[in-house]
Write a protein that binds this ligand. Structure first.
Ligand code: GDP
Ligand code: IMO
Ligand code: MG
Length: 424
C-alpha cells in the first residue's frame, strides 16, 4: 500500500499542480478529494502549459488512472470544457478518468448565488472565485444536493432540480432582488453536458480500495490550502471544503491509516487571492516584486495575488493540523535577486510570542509578525539538480525552514517546468 497526499500548506497556489504532475510520473492513480473548479493547477511540460481546475494533475501521464472523489463539487460545464481542452492537446482520457457517483453537482443557480452574495455584501465579501462552490456545499449539507448518481435517472433528476429551482427563484426575487432562472432552458443546457458526463460515473472509493490492495501507487491531490480550510483556516475568509489531510479520508472514502506520506507544498514566500488576514503581506515594492517575478496572477480568475514573506507560523500550524512528513518547496527561484529575504518565525501579541494560531479578526489585528532576516544568494539557480550545488545562503534559507517547521524538505522546485526540480 502506498498512498501519498500532496496538499497546499498556505493559502493555495503553492504549486500543487507541478508537484502532483512530477510525482505522477511514477504513480498508478491520482485522486482529487475536495473543492471544485475554484482550483487552478498549472502544469508546464516541454514548454506547454496546462491549467487544470477539476481534473486531477496526473492526467498528463497516459499510464495514470484519475479519480474525482465524492468530496469534490462538479460543475458539468467546467468539466466538459476542461475535457475538450485536454483532448485538443492530444491527451487521451478514455478509460482512465472517473467521477464518484457520490460527488455533488454545481448547478447554474449556485454560481448565481455565489456572485450575488459577493456583490451584495461588499464589506463582508470573501473574494470567492464565483464558481458556485459555497452554495453547492450548502446544498450538500442541507441534503438537497444533486449527486452524480442522480444523472442516471432523468425523470427524478428533473423533479429534484425543479424543486430546488423553485426554492432558489424565490430567494432570487425576495431576498437577492435578481432575475429568476427559467427551468426549461437551464435544464436543456445542463442535460447536454450531463450526457457527456454519464460514462465517467463510478464507485471511486471501491476503485481506490482495490488499487490499495493491489499495491498500486496512489497520489491524493488537494486543492486550495490549509489556511483556506473551512474548519482550520482563516474563517470566514476560507473556501467551503476541507483541503487539510483529514478531508482526504472523507472526500475519497480512504481509511485514516492508509497514508504513508503527507507532502506539504510550500511556496518560498506567501500569496493569497481574495480577502482575509495575511500577516506577512507586503503592500509595497517588495510585494510588487514578488508578484512580478513570480507571475502571481490567479490561474482561475486572473486576479493579482497578494504577496508577502514566508510565514513559518503558518507552516508550523499547518503541520500540526496535517502531520506533514515532507515539504515540497516551490518557487525558490523567485527569490534569486533579493539581497535580503525575511522569514516570519512567529507572531507577537502585546510583546509576547503566541502559541495558538489566531482565530478571529480581533486576534489577527492584535498580532505583530516577528521576522528573521536572511542574506539573499543573488544568483540564478537554473540547472541545479543537487542540494550540494546550491549556494550557501540558499541552503541556510532551507535549513531555517526545516528547523522551525521540523519537517524535512524533499523536493525543491526551481521553475514551472517538471524537469526543473531537485529531488532529495
Ligand atoms: P496550484 O494551484 O497550487 O497548483 O498552483 P498554481 O498553478 O495556481 O500557481 C503556481 C504557479 O507557479 C504556476 O504558474 C506554476 O507554473 C508556477 N510554478 C510552480 N513551481 C514553480 C517554481 O518552482 N518556480 C516558478 N518560477 N514558478 C513555479
Ligand atoms: P488552488 O487549488 C487560491 C480562495 C478564493 C477566496 C476563497 C473562497 O488553485 O490552490 P471559493 O470560490 O472557494 O468559495 O473562494 O478561497 N480560493 C483559492 N485561492 N487557490 C485556490 O485554489 C483557491 N480556491 C479558492 O480566492 O478567497
Ligand atoms: Mg492555483
Amino acid at each position: 500500500m502506498s498512498v501519498t497526499i500532496v496538499l497546499g500548506s498556505q493559502w493555495g497556489d503553492e504549486g500543487k499542480g507541478k508537484i502532483v504532475d512530477l510525482l505522477s510520473q511514477s504513480a498508478d492513480m491520482v485522486a482529487r478529494y475536495q473543492g471544485g473548479a475554484n482550483a487552478g493547477h498549472t502544469i508546464v511540460f516541454r514548454g506547454k502549459q496546462h491549467i487544470l481546475h477539476l481534473i486531477p494533475s496526473g492526467i498528463l501521464n497516459p499510464e495514470v488512472v484519475c479519480l474525482i472523489g465524492n468530496g469534490v463539487v462538479i460543475d458539468p460545464e467546467a468539466f466538459v470544457k476542461e475535457l475538450n481542452e485536454l483532448h485538443a492537446h492530444g491527451i487521451d482520457t478514455n478509460g482512465r478518468l472517473f467521477i464518484s457517483s457520490r460527488a455533488q453537482i454545481i448547478l447554474p443557480y449556485h454560481k448565481i448565488i455565489d456572485k450575488a452574495l459577493e456583490s451584495a455584501n461588499t464589506i463582508k465579501a470573501i473574494g470567492t472565485t464565483g464558481r458556485g462552490i459555497g452554495p453547492a456545499y450548502v446544498d450538500k449539507a442541507s441534503r438537497i444536493g444533486i449527486r452524480m448518481i442522480d444523472l442516471l435517472n432523468e425523470k427524478s433528476l428533473e423533479n429534484k432540480i425543479k424543486d430546488n429551482l423553485e426554492h432558489y427563484n424565490c430567494e432570487f426575487t425576495k431576498v437577492l432582488n435578481i432575475d429568476t432562472l427559467n427551468f426549461d432552458s437551464m435544464f436543456e443546457e445542463f442535460m447536454a453536458n450531463v450526457n457527456i458526463m454519464k460514462p465517467f460515473i463510478a464507485d471511486t472509493a471501491l476503485m481506490i480500495s482495490k488499487a490499495m490492495k493491489a499495491g498500486k501507487k496512489i497520489i491524493v491531490e488537494g486543492a486550495q490550502g490549509a489556511l483556506l480550510d473551512v474548519d482550520h483556516g482563516t474563517y470566514p475568509f476560507v473556501t467551503s471544503s476541507n483541503p487539510t489531510a483529514g478531508g482526504a479520508c472523507t472526500g475519497l472514502g480512504i481509511p485514516p491509516n492508509s497514508f504513508d506520506k503527507i507532502i506539504a507544498v510550500v511556496k518560498a514566500y506567501c500569496t493569497r487571492v481574495g480577502n482575509g488576514p495575511f500577516p506577512t503581506e507586503q503592500i509595497n515594492s517588495i510585494g510588487e516584486r514578488l508578484r512580478a517575478t513570480g507571475s502571481e496572477f490567479g490561474a482561475t480568475t486572473g486576479r493579482p495575488r497578494r504577496c508577502g514573506w514566508l510565514d513559518l507560523f503558518v507552516l508550523k500550524y499547518s503541520t500540526m493540523i496535517n502531520g506533514f512528513t515532507d515539504i515540497a518547496l516551490t518557487k525558490l527561484d523567485v527569490l534569486n535577486d533579493f539581497e535580503e529575504i525575511k522569514i516570519c518565525s512567529g507572531y507577537k501579541t502585546g510583546g509576547e510570542i503566541i502559541e495558538s494560531y489566531p482565530t478571529s479578526s480581533e486576534e489577527f489585528s492584535a498580532i505583530e509578525p516577528e521576522y528573521i532576516t536572511m542574506k539573499g544568494w543573488m544568483k540564478s539557480l537554473s540547472g541545479i539538480r543537487t542540494l550540494e550545488a546550491l549556494p550557501n545562503e540558499t541552503r541556510e534559507y532551507l535549513s531555517k525552514i526545516e528547523e522551525i517547521s521540523q519537517v524535512k524538505i524533499s523536493y525543491i522546485s526551481l521553475s514551472p517546468d517538471r524537469e526543473d526540480t531537485i529531488i532529495i
